[in-house]
Design a binder for this molecule. Structure first.
Ligand code: NAD
Length: 349
């Protein structure tokens, strides 16, 4: 395997790994390691080119720094991408060679599941490195997606309470863009609480399932943002709030699981100016990595995790209140609070 460190200003360590024998072409990006070793998932995606992969892993790893800090776990921000098509190129050899790449960083980075990587894949990666998590060990830890869904559900509740005065999601209308691992379970939780669902996905089978199980109404993916609902919940890929789509947004709340929901940073201010309450993505979707963090620390319990997930509601409510008081957008407030948490961690070290 070949490895090459890439000089990236403002990032702790970014390394490109290639292995001709296994086809590995991966980047591990550690944005910050102030609070502890970096922790964040590994994404397998057929990026158009190396630059696109580098841009994605940089942004995602930076997001993890903020997510872990506000999630209250002693980890820095990191992420990995493997440039490949998970449906065609994923082999045990490829996964093991990625595991060797992780191992070569000697504990600077812990990996876990992200798009294109399953719990079974993580087990394969774990066979060559102990720095792999998100693996169920007799009811402890495991695949983070269901926990992420639960945290997002608590976040939607917090946003609906703050913006609509709704004490529950009964009768609250939510459009979920992307009913995959996180979005489908989110749909179940909202449906069981009496919420009304609109769903969209490029995968028709997933749309059909959500309509059958939750009585959801289906719309085309490009129309989800324009659905006449209270909450728009982006749960597919990033960038769904952008300069071309924002004028079509009808919901008064944006609260979903996707990372990097705002395509550009100015969308934060833009949403604020329109009176739309945005639940910052890395706050609302942190439950999965919180579970992974507790698993790595060896302190995972169902009760302990539930309490942490409930805290997402408190953290978001604080952000919403501070945004109202300071008349500043919620994303900017979350960044300030995350930087405060990192500074406190630095002082305590
Ligand atoms: P997933 O791959 O299981 O689900 C994504 C869904 O979005 C799929 O059903 C896919 O068909 C659909 N989709 C993809 N492109 C689309 C498009 N252009 N239009 C409509 N639908 C589209 O992934 P997931 O694990 O559910 O994660 C969803 C999002 O949440 C991702 O952005 C991920 O980074 C983020 N996230 C996930 C976790 C987790 O624990 N899984 C944690 C934090 C953040």
């Amino acid at each position: 395997m070949e490895s090459r460190e890439l000089p990236v200003d403002g990032w702790h360590k970014v390394v490109h790994f290639t292995d001709e024998k296994t086809g590995l072409n991966a980047i591990i990006s550690v944005h910050d390691a102030t609070l502890g070793p970096a922790c964040g998932g590994c994404r397998i995606f057929p990026y158009e080119n190396f630059e696109a992969a580098l841009e994605d892993v940089k942004n995602l790893s930076r997001g993890m720094t903020f997510k872990n800090a506000l999630g209250g776990i002693p980890f820095g921000g990191g992420k990995a991408v493997i440039i490949a098509d998970a449906k065609k190129d994923k082999t045990p050899e490829l996964l093991r060679s990625f595991g060797e790449a992780v191992a070569s960083l000697d504990g600077l980075y812990y990996t876990a599941e992200d798009s294109g990587v399953t719990e079974a894949d993580m087990q394969t990666i774990r066979s060559v490195t102990k720095y792999a998590a998100g693996i169920d060990a007799g009811g402890v830890g495991g695949n983070p997606s269901p926990f992420t869904s639960r945290g997002v559900w608590r976040g939607v509740q917090a946003a609906a309470r703050h913006k609509l005065g709704a004490q529950s999601l009964k009768g609250v209308r939510v459009a979920i863009l992307g009913v995959g691992a996180v979005g489908m379970e989110l749909g179940r939780l909202i449906h069981e609480e009496g919420g009304e669902l609109v769903v969209a996905d490029v995968n028709q089978a997933a749309v059909d399932e959500a309509c059958d199980r939750f009585g959801a109404t289906a719309v085309a993916p490009e129309d989800a943002i324009a659905a006449d609902v209270d909450v728009f919940a982006p749960c597919a890929l990033g960038g769904s709030i952008n300069k071309d789509s924002i004028d079509r947004l009808k919901a008064k709340i944006v609260a979903g699981a996707a990372n990097n929901q705002l395509k550009t940073r100015d969308m934060d201010q833009n949403l604020f100016d329109r009176g739309v309450l945005y639940a910052p993505d890395y706050v609302i979707n942190a439950a999965g990595v919180i579970s992974v963090g507790l698993e790595i620390l060896g302190t995972w319990t169902e009760d302990g995790l539930s309490k942490r997930i409930d805290k997402i509601d408190d953290t978001l409510t604080n952000i919403f209140k501070r945004a109202d008081e300071d008349k500043r957008p919620t994303g900017a407030i979350a960044d300030v609070m995350a930087l405060e948490a990192i500074a406190r961690g630095k002082e305590a070290a």
